[in-house]
Unconditional design. Structure first.
Length: 307
């Protein structure tokens, strides 16, 4: 298990480092990175979410129990983080980065690890996790950005962000296709799959390009806080809720896996687009990815007796 997790995380660390190297060496024009972030946010990530949810095989799996466990635990932890905001001593935009670092997850790593642990069943379980958490997390993050981000939004603005957020829309669209049994057209399915696959390397390169180690001392508090929530509080609450609804075996293990994943590169892109502290978000994403090399195996092994 440990070897599978390390092999899944190492390429992510390498890509983030390579993005930092490209920016430092000025290999690409500075104007490239904002456009790459925009492409990822509005096209590539939505393609990934829509394709994954629309094509998942969800038969004979505890869909309601797994989805309910993930949604309830995410809401509980998110509410606690917001309730304890005053203890973070961060300004609004920086708090949005801490919040995303606490609740957002890297579904690329989750799918890879679930497939490595449980094969095709793991892929299906991962699809359920994405269907449950992706819309939940994105709605929560939009609301937090609306309240604490530098681009203050009115109620109408919040509604507009939720109604037009590409990550929320693509997730709901994929779920709708799944529920009504619509298959993707033969020509469209591989195109969406290819676009979604491109979101991982580009997003991680963008994260690396935004790293600024001159302000690394300012990261210690938010990184520590968000990492404790991500790698300790979130899986612990998930375990309690999962056991309460009778979840067990591979389904419970997959739930714990997804709730202990490091923050995704989409968090940085969202911070850049919606008025968060993007450099801090890049720092949290990079450091959590490295921490996950040790934390993920410990979480899964430590909680294995319960699953």
């Amino acid at each position: 298990m440990t070897e599978t997790i390390v092999y899944a995380l190492l390429p992510i660390v390498v890509l983030i480092g390579f993005g930092f190297f490209l920016r430092v060496r000025c290999f690409l024009d500075k104007g490239f990175w904002p456009q790459a972030e925009r492409l990822g946010y509005f096209v590539l990530l939505p393609s990934l979410f829509f394709h994954g949810l629309a094509t998942a095989d969800l038969q004979a799996l505890p869909v309601k129990e797994l989805a309910g466990t993930l949604i309830v635990s995410t809401l509980a932890v998110a509410g606690t983080v917001i309730g304890l905001r005053s203890f973070s001593r961060l300004d609004g935009p920086s708090f949005t980065s801490l919040f995303q670092g606490s609740v957002r997850f890297n579904n690329y790593v989750g799918v890879t690890l679930a497939a490595g642990l449980f094969g095709m069943k793991g892929i299906a379980l991962a699809a359920i996790c994405n269907a449950a958490i992706v819309p939940t997390v994105n709605v929560l993050c939009v609301l937090v950005f609306a309240r604490y981000g530098s681009a203050q939004l009115t109620k109408r603005g919040i509604a507009r962000q939720l109604a037009t957020n590409p990550l929320v829309l693509s997730s709901l669209g994929g779920i709708a296709f799944q529920l009504v049994g619509l298959g993707l057209p033969p020509g469209l399915e591989p195109a969406l799959k290819a676009l979604g696959a491109a979101s991982l390397p580009l997003g991680l390169l963008c994260v690396g390009s935004a790293l600024n180690f001159h302000s690394a001392r300012q990261w210690v508090g938010p990184v520590t806080y968000s990492s404790l929530v991500k790698f300790v509080a979130m899986p612990s609450v998930t375990l309690a809720v999962g056991l309460g609804v009778g979840l067990n075996g591979p389904a419970l293990t997959t739930a714990l896996l997804f709730q202990a994943l490091p923050t995704a590169s989409s968090a940085y892109i969202m911070a850049r687009q919606l008025g968060g502290n993007a450099p801090l978000m890049a720092g949290i994403t990079a450091v959590q990815t490295v921490i996950a090399l040790v934390a993920l195996p410990l979480v899964l092994i430590g909680l294995s007796n319960w699953t």
